[in-house]
Design a protein around this ligand. Structure first.
Ligand SMILES: Cc1ncc(COP(=O)(O)O)c(C=O)c1O
Length: 426
């Protein structure tokens, strides 16, 4: 541990709320760069978390740092509406080029949950319908509106009565065939529409096209397409929460393009600006024009420095051909993880789309989800020098989301360290 950090730790009272600052692994770090964190213990840690799917182009990419510095020489704050500035106007146009379908109009906010809240408000406003459907296990954020549709973990809602105007139906169950999945889906809708809410009262359905926090579950394309059709049959707007799946993570710009299912509204954040706070609620121009001035607004949303970082992010993803890298290195990593699964009975499943991997940990005897062992593996992997994160209702899934710039050599390094962690399991 460096002397400076030691003094800091010993002399400064710890004043961060545990709910924000006691997550795993809580690693004291001096610097971040590329795919690595540099710990205060002098060790270099390979980062397979990308700051939870944020630094898709790697930590502190030189072009991001440059864009931030240059923009800070001109602006630190908008606010858009009061003034207009180049970075936000250009960003909206550049984003429109990579968005699925005709989604080309943007309300910029600061976080994923804000983008989700914007999407829900927009859908209710334009349909003039009150109710929302979400899918069990999905995570959409922690502010009260988003919490009303988030069901990845019950603890998020403890003592927080969720908004009454939402209904939940089950997500795709891993292992179900396409046919079984669609039959179950249709049954869920039939029951919901017959007993709880009529479809013409529903403004929108919101879904994570790949279940993230809920355990990294990739549904079949046909299942998502059927949801799209059901929305169309009843004039219900479809919202994709692509906060985690966006900006190249799946091997396309967005999961919507990976599945070829186009939503009416999207929520994007995380990877958009490589770590600066920025998000967007996205819809087509026609829909957005029906959400008039004053219906929704923001002080900080679309901050000029964050917009400059977002423009640089898009440029890097294109110039460095990161979508191709995700496909190529993603399938390389998938093979490696399948090999690991053959060796270790604790690995119940390896699930992925592009560069988002879930490694499900089970009890080899009972086959039950095993969050406790998953936590041990995370700790041991950290000791070996690689950071994974977790997900799944019981924390039973090791979440592996390296920067999209990752090389095959770095994948090898991380998986070798993970293997050592498995070898040390007692
Ligand atoms: C799919 C999804 N939606 C929404 C959110 C909320 O984003 P934020 O933490 O930026 O509010 C997250 C965060 O993990 C997420 O993964």
């Amino acid at each position: 541990m460096t002397q400076a950090w030691k003094e800091l730790a010993e002399t400064i009272p710890y004043r961060l709320a545990p709910s924000m600052a006691k997550d795993h692994p809580n690693l004291p770090v001096l610097k971040e760069e590329g795919c690595y964190y540099y710990g205060v213990d002098g060790k270099k840690y390979l980062d397979f978390t990308s700051g939870i799917a944020v630094t898709n182009v790697g930590h502190r990419h030189p072009k991001i740092v440059k864009a931030i510095k240059e923009e800070a020489d001109r602006f630190t704050h908008g606010p858009i509406g009061v003034i207009q500035y180049e970075s936000i106007l250009k960003l909206a146009n550049e984003l429109a080029e990579i968005m699925p379908g005709d989604l080309d109009c943007f309300f910029f906010g600061n976080s994923g949950t804000e983008a989700v809240e914007g999407a829900l408000k927009l859908a209710r406003h334009v349909t003039e319908r009150p109710y929302v459907i979400s899918f069990i296990g999905c995570f959409h954020g922690r502010t009260l509106g988003s919490l009303g549709v988030s069901t990845s973990k019950g603890k998020y809602r403890k003592h927080q009565p969720a908004q009454a105007a939402t209904y939940q139906i089950p997500y795709y169950t891993p292992g179900d065939s396409e046919e079984e999945a669609i039959t179950k889906l249709e049954q869920s809708f039939q029951t919901l529409f017959a007993h709880q809410v009529s479809p013409e009262e529903i403004a929108c359905m919101i879904i994570e096209p790949v279940l993230g926090e809920g355990g990294y579950i990739v549904p079949p394309t046909a299942w998502l397409k059927r949801i799209r059709e059901i929305c169309d049959e009843h004039g219900i707007l479809l919202i994709f929460d692509e906060v985690q799946t966006g900006f190249g993570r799946t091997g396309e710009w967005f999961a919507a393009q990976s599945f070829n299912v186009i939503p009416d509204i999207m929520a994007v954040a995380k990877g958009i600006a490589s770590g600066l706070p920025l998000s967007a609620t996205v819809a087509n121009h026609k829909l957005m024009q029906r959400w008039p001035l004053g219906s929704h607004a923001t002080t900080f949303g679309g901050n000029p420095i964050a917009c400059a970082a977002a423009r640089a992010t898009l440029q890097i993803i294109k110039e460095e051909e990161l979508l191709n890298n995700v496909k190529e290195v993603g399938s390389y990593a998938q093979e490696k993880l399948f090999t690991l699964q053959k060796r270790w009975p604790q690995i119940g499943a390896v699930r992925n789309l592009g560069m988002m991997f879930g490694i499900e940990i089970i009890d080899p005897v009972s086959g039950e989800k095993d969050g406790e062992t998953a936590a041990k593996i995370l700790d041991l992997a950290l000791e070996e020098g690689v950071l994974f994160y977790f997900c799944g209702n019981e924390g039973e899934v090791l979440r592996m989301i390296p920067p999209l710039t990752i090389t095959k050599e770095e994948i090898d390094e991380g998986i070798t360290k993970l293997t050592k962690a498995f070898e040390r399991l007692t």
